[in-house]
Design a protein around this ligand. Sequence first.
Ligand code: PLP
Length: 399
Amino acid sequence: MEKLIYLDNAATTKTAPEVVEAMLPYFSEYYGNPSSIYTFAAKNKEVETQQREKIAQILGAKTNEIYFTAGGTEADNWALKATAEAYEKKGKHIITTKIEHHAILHTCQYLEGRGFEVTCLDVDEYGLVNPEELERAIRPDTILISVMFANNEIGTIEPIKEIGEIASRHGVLFHTDAVQAFGQVPINVDEFHIDMLSASGHKLNGPKGIGFLYIRKGVKIRSFIHGGAQERKRRAGTENVPGIVGLGTAARRAAETMKERAEKESTLRDYLIERVLDEIPYTRLNGHPQKRLPNNANFSFEFIEGESMLIRLDMAGVCASSGSACTSGSLDPSHVLLAIGLPHEKAHGSLRLTLGEETTKEELDYVVDQLKVIVKELRDMSPLYEDFVKQKNKMKHVH
Ligand code: PLP
């Protein structure tokens, strides 16, 4: 096989072999519909409950507070739309941030079209939400606060505990999109005062097309998908049993290995950041230097188009991203990078490298060596860089 260095683990991860192994029997051996009465199928109901239990334990939640969905996007849609509907008599104001995933932002736009008012909070240069500002934005008609646990592009981890405390003090529901954080950093729903939390299987070495929404008992959230009585009548549809087993297995595995993985990945990440910033001039790190996911590095290279860099990296066998996978393909600069104050040119020249459990130092060395060449060659072709160098030389002669 040709060289492949996968540094796009925020987009998706490799399904771990033991996860696949755990799922396999549920395709052709134990394929019964969990809603059927006979033992062969009804056993799958138990299997499902066991997975729910595993996930609940990791979050410090109760088993029946975990609802399976078809992924993070569905969980986000559900949390926002169903809360809006259930609480609209109390008020129609929602607070979120400018750096959320489109699963949140586009859902908010949809709700705005239905008479809800959305306050989108600014973030600072590192992508952090200011809890005081958030508190000031709360109004008597605020029904929901939705702030992501960690950002998918720049990796910044938000002050979730403080935000949760504020929400709880004001009696406002608090949802967090933890799609990037669940399995990477410890989360306890009680400690952080979280009422709803979205997560997704394929970001933690689990399968695609499965995720969950945690809904705290007592939250008046309506059914999202109508039909059968699955998921306590709140999300109809025959359960994706192999997916649920895969998600549960991946979640437990991620929880068990979290500490050592975080240590290993953050050490490698810091090594990568140091080498890139030291060896490639006119480069900056995006996101918070410390409060960031252990596997995320995001850089802006001046005078460069992110897309050209991605193509060149691809030719060198390196999988990377220039923003979130969902926005690549569009020419708009990333809304996250603009929100942290980057001008359009710098936002365009961004590169996200997200490490995985199999990433090695040798791979990172290869990537940095390639990047040095690619950045130099692309800059040599850039008229902007040429002007910059001319200007710099002129200044040198003046001094
Ligand atoms: N939220 C965040 C922060 C994400 O990073 C993603 C995926 O990239 C999603 C939501 C959507 O999750 P899914 O791909 O499971 O629908």
